[in-house]
Design a protein around this ligand. Structure first.
Ligand code: IMP
Length: 417
């Protein structure tokens, strides 16, 4: 059965490590949304791999495919591909010809968008041009990978893009679009990567009968339609976008992945956020610094109310929990089980003002005693009793089994139940 690994929180749940781990049993690993706003650090033996666009299945030599739902920054992709080629011999990475490109003006527009918002409303984007690139896709302006075959096509498209955006760019003192330079750069890029591009109409034939692992980017609570709008990313991060963004109309089972606590980069509601030294401790011990922007992540307790919502919208059938080891030495560990004493027992992100005005108190949390150091992680039974209680409580609340428990960055620090 094909599988999808989907983040259930605000991203950074550890998808990179788990996709690397699971990809052993798959032929093809597919990204279907997002761009280089995502970032993974995967540690295998003594090697550290930093990836933004290329699925972490590349480390095991698996075929990797970026579907049409991805937005691709040519420079970034080329550098990442080069870097990975130094570590992995002949990486098998392919790109859908229907991918929309991120160009420099998208990054300028991303900055402008943030500048015009007042402090309270700023999204805190990764500044990678993601929102404006998807805006162009929806607005039918995107330059697609297949356009790069012809200088004339790129030129023609850029002429109308320039007419549309130059007045805005100029009025915010950002550089205007340089058509000649952009055509030149894109053409060079095309010559370098053309062997990797697969015509969209041939994708299914090319990868017929392959066992597929889909790698989600960001997390369900950042989904454009289901997340904490407007504090979201500009793509659909939920599993139902797989068929649209990947071009594979296949069945798959969804593994929902979550951290044993919660983090968020950027702005927006975060009901279980910690503002005390426990939050600081988790950030430090969990190395909670953004892989892409190096921003410090906001930290809080695991929020089961929003996790339940994410499981529902992604039709999650099994769970993977990561990083409980970060909480080992805390004297007590909490999980949020309700918002305002069950006044709200489910998430309504359509009213993010409600989420922002929540004031959680003790009754909204279940408290677990410390489980101390984890000395033996050979299987679930050998885990500390208090950690087992924590895991069983979450399973019971969500009514979904936690089948994978990751307790460190190495492949060997993974328990399968
Ligand atoms: P954008 O995707 O750069 O437009 O950023 C929109 C929001 O999504 C911001 O709050 C970002 O911090 C957040 N975001 C985007 N990508 C990631 C990710 O991979 N992990 C965590 N947060 C992300």
């Amino acid at each position: 059965m094909n599988k999808a690994v989907i983040g259930l929180q605000w991203g950074d749940e550890g998808k990179g490590k788990i996709v690397d781990y699971l990809s052993e049993d798959y032929d093809l690993v597919v990204r279907y949304q997002g761009g280089n706003n995502a970032g993974h650090t995967v540690i295998v033996d003594d090697n550290t791999y930093k990836l933004n666009l290329i699925p972490s299945g590349v480390i095991r030599g698996k075929i990797c495919f970026l579907g049409q739902g991805v937005v691709l920054d040519p420079n970034h992709f080329y550098n990442e591909y080069n870097q990975i080629s130094k570590k992995i011999k002949n990486p098998k990475v392919f790109l859908s010809s229907n991918i929309s490109l991120i160009l420099d003006y998208h990054k300028h527009l991303d900055r402008i968008n943030e500048r015009i918002l007042n402090t309270k409303n700023k999204i805190g984007t990764t500044s990678k041009g993601i929102g404006p690139a998807y805006q162009d896709k929806v607005g039918r302006k995107s330059i697609k990978l297949h356009d790069l075959k012809s200088k004339e096509v790129i030129q023609e498209k850029l002429k109308s893009i320039k007419k549309f955006y130059d007045p805005i760019l100029e009025s915010f003192d950002e550089s205007k679009i340089n058509i000649d330079q952009t055509v030149h750069d894109l053409f060079i890029f095309y010559e370098l990567v053309k062997e990797l591009i697969i015509d969209n109409s041939l994708v299914k034939k090319e990868f017929k009968d392959k066992k597929i692992l889909f790698e989600g980017a960001q997390g369900a609570l950042l989904d454009l339609d289901h997340g904490s709008y407007p504090f979201v990313t500009s793509s659909n991060t939920v599993s139902s976008n797989i068929v649209i963004g990947s071009a594979f109309q296949v069945d798959y089972q969804t593994v929902g992945i979550f951290k044993a606590y919660a983090t968020r980069v950027g702005n927006g509601p975060f009901p279980s956020e910690l503002f005390d030294n426990v939050g600081e401790y988790i950030a430090e011990k969990g190395l909670e610094i953004g892989t892409v922007t190096k921003r410090k992540r906001r930290c809080g307790w695991l929020d089961l109310v929003s996790l339940k919502y994410s499981c529902e919208i992604n039709q999650v059938k099994e769970l993977c929990m990561t990083k409980a080891d970060v909480l080992n030495n805390l004297s007590e560990i909490k999980v949020c089980k309700s918002y305002n004493k069950m006044k709200y027992d489910e998430v309504n992100f359509n009213e993010s003002n409600i989420l922002e005005s929540l004031s959680l108190d003790d009754k909204d949390f279940e408290v677990f005693p410390s489980w101390g150091e984890i000395k033996n992680l050979s299987n679930f039974e050998t885990l500390p009793e208090n950690l087992k209680k924590f895991i069983l409580y979450i399973e019971n609340y969500l009514n979904i089994p936690i089948k994978i428990i990751s307790l460190g960055p190495e492949r060997s620090q993974t328990i399968i139940r």
